[in-house]
Design a protein around this ligand. Structure first.
Ligand code: NCD
Length: 304
């Protein structure tokens, strides 16, 4: 594995290896960190806003003894603002860093970067394309919380057309046995056809479902997502139609299985009510914490 660009590139064997390294990382963090990546440099190049992804990558590198160089708001503050191409920027940064973590507003940007880079590129989200490291930490969370991935049923809720996390997660879940996926999305942001075609090709069970409450009674995971306002452009009416349609609140909690979990890649707006946070099934903050361990594991795998 050289670059991390899309979820499909992982197989079950690599995933299980990654998860056991992540488990080791949990212990390493508790005991104060390590120096295995001393003198290695990670560049984070972010053209879109981020809190968790950038900071957990930076923390991951530092907890393994490595160094970080960073440009957030790269759209305004890097030479991209002067008109430099992404390819040129990458060619330059690869001379300064041992790994480049890239978030970009265009789908396919990470692939373009990888094509010109000998230094590993990690896709930290490319427009409405993919977010493979989020999917890795999502899957790790499911395994940790439920004890298994094979045989689970999951409802993916919200903006499935523009949300890159559900796209990547669907690809990963498809690698496991007997997984059932329910897509619960407002009409204007339904899951895209390419993903559905992939699921059909691989004979993975998926269903489109309109009634959130009904499906929440049955599933092991409710994966809620934010309606991605920034991807609607002028289509404010469509945004208004999607926003607020599916909300996780106390009423939904009451019908969920006792052992089920609620996940969300975060940030959330009002699609999960705060009243849900204190329930033990609300796993989203634990999920965000797992991002640190998974990203440490990934950096170790790529750099050692
Ligand atoms: C997600 C993203 O950027 O795609 N956030 C994240 O990385 N945890 C989800 C979102 O922005 O809604």
């Amino acid at each position: 594995m050289k670059h991390v660009i899309r979820a499909q590139q992982f197989n079950k064997k690599v995933l299980s290896e990654l998860f056991s390294i992540a488990q080791e990382m949990e212990i390493i963090v508790k005991s104060g960190g390590s120096n295995v990546l001393a003198h290695r440099v990670m560049a984070t190049l972010f053209y879109e806003p981020s809190t968790r992804t950038r900071l957990s990558f930076e923390s991951a590198m530092q907890k393994l003894g490595g160094e970080v160089i960073t440009t957030e708001s790269a759209r305004e503050f890097s030479s991209s603002a002067k008109g430099e191409t992404l390819e040129d920027t990458i060619r330059v940064i690869e001379g300064y860093a041992d790994v480049i973590v890239l978030r970009h507003y265009e789908s396919g940007a990470a692939q373009r970067a990888a094509e010109v880079s000998d230094t590993p590129i990690i896709n930290a989200g490319d427009g409405a394309g993919q977010h493979p490291t989020q999917a890795l930490l999502d899957l790790y969370t499911i395994k940790k919380e439920l004890g298994k991935i094979d045989g689970i049923s999951i409802a993916m809720v919200g903006d499935l057309a523009n949300g890159r996390t559900t796209r990547s997660l669907t690809y990963l879940l498809g690698k496991y046995d007997n997984v059932k996926i329910y897509f619960v999305a407002p009409e204007v942001v339904r899951m895209k056809r390419d993903i559905e075609a992939y699921l059909k090709r691989h004979k993975i069970k998926f269903f489109e479902e309109e009634n959130l409450k009904k499906i929440c009674k049955e599933v092991d995971v409710v994966y809620q997502t934010r309606i991605q306002r920034e991807r609607f452009g002028e289509r404010i009416e469509d945004y208004e139609k999607a926003h607020g349609k599916y909300i996780i609140d106390k009423e939904i909690l009451d019908v969920m299985k006792k052992k089920a979990i609620i996940m969300h890649p975060l940030p959330r707006l009002d699609e999960i009510k705060q009243e849900v946070d204190s329930d033990s099934r609300a796993a989203y903050f634990r999920q965000a914490q797992n991002g640190l361990y998974i990203r440490m594991a990934l950096l170790k795998m790529l750099l050692l």
